[in-house]
Write a protein of this length. Structure first.
Length: 65
């Protein structure tokens, strides 16, 4: 059961990161950015969400052990 919860949480984080990246890319394009610039902003947003999730998990692991 623990493995299933971890996989579901990972999938949820990835979906949230993809949605945030898509939103950042769309907002960048609406602001007049070129396609490469919008893609860069989307990639930075995706990486930031994944990094934030990893940091939160590491803090929880530290606190719970």
């Amino acid at each position: 059961m623990t493995v299933a919860v971890i996989l579901l949480a990972t999938a949820l984080v990835i979906v949230v990161a993809l949605l945030a990246a898509a939103g950042a890319g769309k907002l960048a394009r609406m602001d007049g950015a070129t396609y490469p610039a919008a893609l860069t902003r989307a990639a930075v947003t995706f990486a930031a969400v994944i990094t934030l999730a990893a940091t939160v998990v590491s803090v929880f692991v530290t606190l719970l052990t």
